[in-house]
Design a protein around this ligand. Sequence first.
Ligand SMILES: *Cc1c(COP(=O)(O)O)cnc(C)c1O
Length: 967
Amino acid sequence: MLMHAHTPLDALENHGEFIARHIGPDTADEAHMLSVIGAASRQALIDAIVPKSIARAQPMVLPPAVTEAEALAELRAVASLNQVKKSFIGQGYYGTLTPGVILRNILENPAWYTAYTPYQAEISQGRMEALVNFQTMIAELTGMAIANASMLDEATAAAEAMTLAKRSVKSKSNTLIVAGDCHPQTIEVVKTRAEPLGIEVIVGFAPKLMEEHDYFAVLAQYPSTSGLVHDMREVVEKAHAKSAAFIVAADLLALTLLTPPGEWGADIVIGNSQRFGVPMGGGGPHAAFMACRDEFKRSMPGRLVGVSVDAHGNPAYRLALQTREQHIRREKATSNICTAQVLLAVIASMYAVYHGPEGLKRIATRVATFTAILADGLGKLGLKVQNPYAFDTLTIETGDRTDEIIGRALAGGANLRRLSPQHVGVSLDETTTREDIAALWSWFAPAGQACPQVSDYAAGIALRLPEGLRRTSAYLTHPVFNTHHSETEMLRYLRRLADKDLALDRSMIPLGSCTMKLNATSEMIPITWPEFAAVHPFAPADQLKGYALLNEQLTGWLCQATGYAGISLQPNAGSQGEYAGLLAIRGWHQSRGEGHRKVCLIPESAHGTNPASAQMVGMQVLVVKCDANGSVDLDDLKAKCEQHAKDLACIMITYPSTYGVFEPRVKELCAMVHQYGGRVYVDGANMNALVGVAAPGQFGGDVSHLNLHKTFCIPHGGGGPGVGPVCVVEDLVPFLPGHATAGQVREGGVGAVSAAPLGNAAVLPISWMYVRMMGADGLKQATETAILSANYVAAKLSDHYDIHYSGGIAGVKGGGVAHECILDLRPLKETSGISAEDVAKRLIDYGFHAPTLSFPVAGTLMVEPTESEPLVELDRFCHAMISIREEIRKVESGAWPKEDNPLKNAPHTSQSLLKAEWPHAYTREEAAYPVAELRQYKYWSPVGRVDNVYGDRNLFCSCVPMSAFAE
Ligand SMILES: *Cc1c(COP(=O)(O)O)cnc(C)c1O
């Protein structure tokens, strides 16, 4: 008889396979890291660093971790609850065909989706070229002077246009007139934004309202939500005569055929680029846009890419006019936008690059032709089409047949728009076919009536565009829009741009506060499933049950992670979560008859979005002092609380602090603010140091936002998309955002903060997958490893650099930090003249993206390694930093001149190194290969150091003429 040793059934268990893929260091690595730090165990380290007073009493209650395959199967079942129907709803969201070459090489390509916001210009030239293409496309299609590099959605873009107008026009009025036929979600978000700022919004027939009221701006839609193509030339002049601005929400595809608003006097044009190849995704993410007249540019919100020059005089891109932005201007910023919608702007711009002006016009003409045929046929069927002019949308009088017609369409697998009990809307798009037109006729046809055929129109048909508003001007004439039309060329263009950039697919991005961790492939896979990607945000609720379940499960899990009672996933970036959270605090005070409480205390170390968001809800920002460790000065806090006891609304803190410090007295801080009647906002950007270890909802926070694009694995996309869920304690739940347009009204009366009820819905599966595959233990282990890794880096570098904050924890080398550590370079600046920026740029020569530069302390670098970086990469980074310290020593000693050394001249391009003459005190080898491994694999910066000042002095924000590249 053969005897086999039994394999224990333990072999059937899931041994946290994904957890070990997500977390870089393994058990042996961890032991090594602990020994360098001088901690006995991971638990001992965490106990030493996380204050006992805030440690969670109970673990999170989450479903046990499953494998990648199991999670995908489970999410498939959730997705299948969504019903994919053909959408004729329109209302700002249209069917579109994402070109395969763009889908695979951008949306599914980590070289694009794992990149960070392009603050480090030299390693971001590829995506900035794509963004300049986007800006050029928007400016030319709208006919405006300048456009920015994306807004969060069309509705918030309209709201930002309102405040831009308010800042920019001479009119002293506080009234905004909004044409009643703008998209309803746009009107709703504009109203939410206007109210705290004391702006009165009057909605109705604009020409009449403009006679009756004084106003500072008018917002109108072109073509309107019901399909009308208004000729607004006269009313624009009337607005200008009153020193008011005229804001137009425009459709990009229609603008290829219609006279652009810039040619008839519009001051600001906003809209969405979704239908340029970006799936509807149940509401987002998509890149909205804003374009404006030249005079307004210094007051514009959002990110703007400009053309500057590099150290060798070559054209190079960089973020322009940053002095408008929250990270510099704080509560005086032009907006709170930080993370925008870069990945989607890149996709939309590439859709235009791929199709070119002729291709876009062909697509638009096809849509407009189908629309004309549809309208004509409906007329033949005896139906009345209300709009005489139309690009893609018809409003059809259906009388008492509305339900019947919508029901027939539904049975045929399509959604029509119920515009009123007696009106149905139909919007066509790029995906519309002859069969669709035939089906539409059949649904509208009264019983027994024969339908026309598309072939009846073989002789052609007149488009329903007003003659006086036909576009005659050219657009997208730059070679970039007229070259890459074959797939081969397009593929290579995308590859060429991606190769210029440094993203997570090449090296660690140790950006403090930004949590650039693994964005696992399995997490990304579901976002393009049609059940998530191809559904309209305003489809009937029973078709969106998958999203409803996803929302329910994910918010439940995030409640566990944060200790809060209620969460809304609607805000589509951290900044928007802050805004929604402050609205909740404001709503709560008002509900108690204490609407006068408007003082918002913010520590001086806060992220710029905090004061910028407070300003947007009409709060008054008061700065609270911090001590040398970046902790809130509790004496100063107490004094300010007392002084403003009657008017205190809240405090906004970040925990652990932006210095990467667990302030031990945070409970005391929260209690103090509560005692004076204020609420506590805990900025959740640093949740990667807390999940499973401590919960803000348990240690005294009332409101937080999360950044799912930091802690919960949504990739940064080169500057968006993000998701910024707003999380609140029980008594604030009624004040979470509602969404009346989607039929979701909350009693607290806080309106919508995003165009779509679930915000950037299509990327939520990423965070769902992460939590599902990690489980409670995996998430806690991730947090602890993130803290371990930061302490390892601090320990390794503490012999070479000053660690700005040292917790002074006995026995912990480096002093003990949270999940990030600040390297203080100011002393070296004194001794060598080398700045933190020089080190950041020199890191590029070593193949690294710089850590966060000069935030929260000027002259420092903040390193956040995250749990995902393996030990070898942490060591490679530390090795580079130590080698750079040696280089600085050579400058200190005088071996290298202060103004001519590898740090000041970094980054080095291959071109500059191959020049015949080499006048420097260091060798080419020292410049290019300061450490041996770079000979095996080297990232070459495509440009030398970019001149920041030149770019702002000579502002240029569209495609660079080819002549500029000629030697
Ligand atoms: C990233 C960040 C924010 C802003 O989040 P966005 O998603 O970029 O708008 C706010 N506060 C802190 C501390 C952050 O790090």
